[in-house]
Design a protein around this ligand. Sequence first.
Ligand SMILES: Nc1ncnc2c1ncn2[C@@H]1O[C@H](COP(=O)(O)OP(=O)(O)OP(=O)(O)O)[C@@H](O)[C@H]1O
Length: 296
Amino acid sequence: MGNGVPDSPTTVTASSDAQAPAPTGGTEPLVRIRGLRFTRGDTLVLDGVDMDIPRGAVTAIMGPSGTGKTTLLKLISGQLRPQAGSIEVDGLDVHRLGRQELYRLRTRMGMLFQSGALLGDLTVFENVAFPLREHARLPKSLLRRLVLMKLEAVGLRGAAHLMPAQLSGGMARRAALARAIALDPMMVMYDEPFTGQDPISMGVLVSLVHQLNDAGGLSSIIVSHDVPETLSIADHVHVIANGRVLCSGTPEHVSAQSDPRVRQFLDGAPDGPVHFHYPSAPLAEELLAAGSRRGW
Ligand SMILES: Nc1ncnc2c1ncn2[C@@H]1O[C@H](COP(=O)(O)OP(=O)(O)OP(=O)(O)O)[C@@H](O)[C@H]1O
């Protein structure tokens, strides 16, 4: 990358003492992010992010709400375009690909987004079959076998005939996961996979993510603020806040950090160096003003 960022096999971080080696030795990272900058209107969401995501591992991207984690996943999948910097996935520069190439790359990326609900008028079976029907012309018997195998992998083969409305929240997430892996992707990106789950469903999802990664030869990226669950399965962790990578390394390395911004997040402190308030004018100033330029 021509932006002066060192081409190091370890993850580049905001402060050098927060660095730890990535776990994959000398292999090329699956995702290589350099100098990534992304704004939404006046808001600088990502401010020069450098990050390597290794192959075959579970990598967690963690950080407080609103720091740009989901945005980062959308940039990796090419749904958003950065103002500066680059993202390579499996050696392909995502934002320089043509439509067809990007489409092809996306079929190799499974995504389990928070908003990625199941199609409510299709059975669980048909939901998982959907990407296979869309992207591959398969004989009916092979398609049936593939769908049942994906459902078996998430423990829902017996629920193939149910409609999404008949599933619990945890089952729905597992069905969505079966759909995300239907095309045998090289990687799966999970956006807050554990949010809103009871402890048992959470435990099931945690071990499922782990199993699929290891048995399925996948690479996994998990965006989450569920600290203990995510640290329990991650091989490698990046903590981001205020649009920058604060520290990277193994869960043990990250857990041992003394940086107050990292500690605030890991310890769940409501306010600290990472602000509770979304950036705003002083309260008194806004209350005393006759009106806002935004029209209220
Ligand atoms: N569609 C959008 N239009 C405008 N701003 C947006 C949009 N989506 C996100 N943002 C802003 O971008 C910033 C980063 O949002 P993002 O969803 O990536 O954060 P996050 O770290 O994933 O948060 P959370 O953990 O709460 O899901 C926030 O300031 C948010 O308000």
